[in-house]
Design a protein around this ligand. Structure first.
Ligand code: IPE
Ligand code: IPE
Ligand code: MG
Length: 244
């Protein structure tokens, strides 16, 4: 089935509100194509473009993409520097078009290891899109679920000590409000490419009741068609949230 036919099969009333993607397999894609890892990442950006476009087309409200984890600093300096620059350059290059498509961009993650000028640039560029009401595109950058929860702990304890919140009133809503993802609904659907079946520290609190889709496809090869097929699969699932 081609893209047009597939997209027609989507039940508009059952589109997940929030899809989160672990974009994995750029390095293996490069190895298969006998090229440098960096070229795999570059190719990966094209896949991001496709998936963002498709998300806009189907009227998705929230898309979160895992771009760089708090553990990715363990890679070679060359690769880390390349990734950071690639993410920034792509953002700057695409911002006008994203803006014209009414996409609202937000970075989630820790600012700690990133330079001040990097963080400043992120804010400057994203600010241009903050009035947009279409797709909310969250870029998980220097993101780690455990780090996010630790930082939330620190803020909550400070606020308890300052008398702003009552310890006994802390519930999942309050905790959620202290995460980077404040005001973003939990992901309904988490996709991971490249055949690995793990979360790798991605949205560990938020994905408590998410549906999962794992595919062997490497991220640079992830197509619009497969994305739609994944959504169609999601639409056939029964979510119970603990009820019978
Ligand atoms: C995903 O591709 C991109 C990032 C983690 C930034 P990888 O670079 O992890 O690719 P593999 O897993 O080595 O194939
Ligand atoms: C997860 O992929 C991080 C991103 C996609 C940004 P990794 O390739 O870093 O994860 P592991 O090391 O295989 O778990
Ligand atoms: Mg990987």
């Amino acid at each position: 089935m081609n893209y047009k036919e597939l997209i027609k099969k989507i039940d508009k009333l059952k589109i997940p509100k929030h899809i989160a993607i672990i974009m994995d397999g750029n390095g293996r894609w490069a190895r298969i194509h006998k090229t440098k890892r960096l070229n795999g990442h570059k190719k990966g950006v094209e896949a991001v473009r496709r998936i963002v476009e498709t998300s806009t087309e189907i009227g998705l409200q929230y898309l979160t993409i895992y771009a760089f984890s708090t553990e990715n600093w363990r890679r070679s300096r060359t690769e880390v520097n390349y990734l950071l620059k690639l993410i920034m350059d792509s953002l700057i290059r695409e911002i006008e078009e994203l803006n014209s498509n009414n996409v609202n961009i937000r970075f989630i993650g820790s600012e700690k290891e990133l330079s001040q000028s990097y963080n400043k640039k992120v804010v400057e560029v994203c600010r241009k899109s903050w009035n947009n009401t279409g797709l909310h595109l969250n870029v998980a950058m220097n993101y780690g679920g455990r780090r996010e929860i630790i930082e939330a702990f620190q803020k909550i304890i400070s606020d308890v000590q300052a008398g702003k919140i009552n310890k006994s009133k802390i519930d999942d809503k309050i905790v959620s409000n202290y995460l980077y993802t404040t005001s973003i609904p939990d992901p309904d659907f988490v996709i991971r490419t490249s055949g690995e079946k793990r979360l790798s520290n991605f949205l560990i609190w938020q994905s408590a009741y998410s549906e999962f889709w794992f595919t062997d496809t490497l991220w640079p090869d992830f197509s619009r068609e497969e994305f739609i097929r994944a959504i169609l699969d999601f639409q056939n699932r029964e979510r119970r949230f603990g009820s019978r």
